[in-house]
Design a protein around this ligand. Structure first.
Ligand code: HAX
Length: 439
């Protein structure tokens, strides 16, 4: 049995006094100010959330528990012959802040395996969706349906001390995470394989089992591990993480909160961008009749997209101001494994032409590629050409960070989230102007 819960309990006991002290002694300390631009501009950059799971530096990119992504890939334990580390090891790191030993990861693989059986009614919920439905909607509903399993909801009803709420949240999180690959691959089989499903293998880790259930040979197990690890967390303010945190702040259980985060992830400005990149490139390929575009043709295509009032998918970021290290890791994998892939060549060309164009256009604060510019290409290369499904893969990965965050939210007794809103009249009064019509 995994010792993760006991390690976590110790970490929580050590951490609680830090949060209590900040709150009790420094509760009135001013950390940031808020401008009208931020209020009207999607709260960009306001420092008003706290998480210890990951931190996003605008220039360096994401750090998980203090480790850069290259460090995470180097230091986490991996299986024999595997290029990428175990996904379960990342969950251990995100939850505890400690790099696990191989033994600790193997125990956790066992723990996940024991919890992976999906209740029958979840498959029935999935089956009830019409065939051409959005896979993210189906995924969200399947997760939502499982809230009847929530241990935390049952404990709450029975009257649990709030200091202990993190424990059922932890149990729910492991139960849910273990099932997500099973649920996702069932949805894939329903939508794109006439329902022909490959049953999971309890002896495999999450990455290998996902590859197995998708019917994909090596190195797809490593592709899955890499994909889930790089998508796991991106601090607290992004739409998916923030949605989960907000919903869970009302003490909704992990299933309700994760289903909500999946809905936020499904938007084209967030997780859907990875499939948008593919759709956009396929459109260009169709126009080119299979020929590789010249640099000038590619530039023209980018400008045409911008002139038609659309964004270039896979480029830009609300926080990052350099190339996303998640992009770089996937690019290095692609250069090693799929350098001759025709779509990779398109993506490579985009890396050359898009940033100067976005700079010249002068709108995007970050002209560099983000994670989504590369991820779809790798999936496509390994035969996962149904790009509507790509955001589901993102969702499995993101759930790892979300659960770690929400367990800690309960452990540190973070309260109901409730910011204050103002009216436009009030804002005009604050800055001392009259409504335009009255001027
Ligand atoms: N192409 C064209 N214009 C872009 C752009 C892009 N890739 N990125 C930003 N801009 C534009 C914005 O639309 C905005 O224009 P308006 O002033 O006309 O509204 C302007 O530049 C300023 O935007 P910004 O401050 O640089 O960026 P935001 O924080 O507002 O938005 C986005 C960040 C990621 C949503 C944005 O860069 C974008 O739409 N990118 C394309 C979609 C995409 O790749 N999304 C995935 C991001 C990573 C992620 O979360 N994955 O899940």
């Amino acid at each position: 049995m995994s010792n993760l819960k006991e390690v976590l309990r110790e970490k929580i006991n050590q951490h609680r006094p830090r949060t209590e002290r900040l709150n009790d002694e420094f509760g009135d300390f001013v950390v940031d100010k808020v401008t009208i631009g931020q209020i009207l501009g999607g709260m960009r950059g306001i420092k008003c959330l706290v998480t210890d799971i990951s931190y996003l530096d605008p220039n360096e990119g994401i750090r998980y528990r203090g480790y850069t992504l290259p460090e995470v890939f180097e230091k986490l334990p991996r299986g024999k012959g595997a290029e990428m580390p175990y996904v379960e090891g990342l969950f251990y790191l995100l939850l505890t802040g400690d790099l696990p030993t191989l033994n600790q990861v193997e125990d956790l693989i066992d723990e996940f395996s024991k919890r992976r059986i999906v209740p029958r009614y979840v498959y029935e919920v999935i089956d009830a969706w019409p065939c051409c439905s959005n896979p993210m909607s189906i995924f969200s509903s399947a997760i939502l349906a499982m809230s009847r399993e929530s241990f935390m909801a049952k404990k709450y009803k029975a009257g649990i001390n709030k200091m202990d709420l993190w424990e059922p949240m932890y149990e729910d999180s492991l139960n849910m995470l273990a099932k997500l690959p099973e649920i996702a691959t069932y949805i894939y089989a329903k939508l794109y394989r006439d329902g022909k499903r490959i049953v999971g293998n309890p002896d495999l880790d999450v990455g290998a089992n996902f590859a197995h259930m998708m019917g994909k040979a090596k190195p797809y197990d490593d592709v899955a591990r890499m994909h889930f690890i790089i998508h796991a967390d991106h601090e607290s303010g992004n739409v998916s993480a923030h949605t989960a945190h907000l919903v869970a702040s009302s003490l909704s259980d992990i299933y309700l909160s994760t289903s909500a985060m999946i809905n936020g992830l499904a938007g084209p400005l967030h997780g859907l961008a990875n499939q948008e990149v593919l759709r956009w490139l396929q459109d260009l390929m169709d126009k080119m009749g299979g020929e590789t575009p010249t640099e000038n043709e590619m530039k023209q295509y980018v400008w045409d997209t911008l002139h038609s009032g659309q964004v270039i998918p896979g480029f830009g970021h609300a926080v990052l101001r350099k190339t996303d290290p998640r992009y770089t890791i996937q690019r290095e994998f692609s250069l090693k494994h799929i350098p001759e892939d025709p779509i990779f060549k398109y993506v490579d060309l985009l890396y050359k032409v898009v940033p100067p164009i976005l700079k010249e256009q002068g709108k995007a604060k970050n002209p560099w590629p983000n994670v989504d510019a590369q991820s779809g290409v790798i999936q496509w290369h390994y035969g996962l050409t149904e790009y509507d499904f790509y955001t589901v893969l993102f969702g499995i990965g993101r759930a790892i960070g979300i659960t770690a965050n929400l367990i800690w939210d309960r452990a540190l007794l973070y309260p109901l989230e409730r910011p204050k809103s103002l009216t436009t009249d009030m804002l005009e009064k604050i800055v001392g102007v009259k409504p335009k019509a009255e001027e």
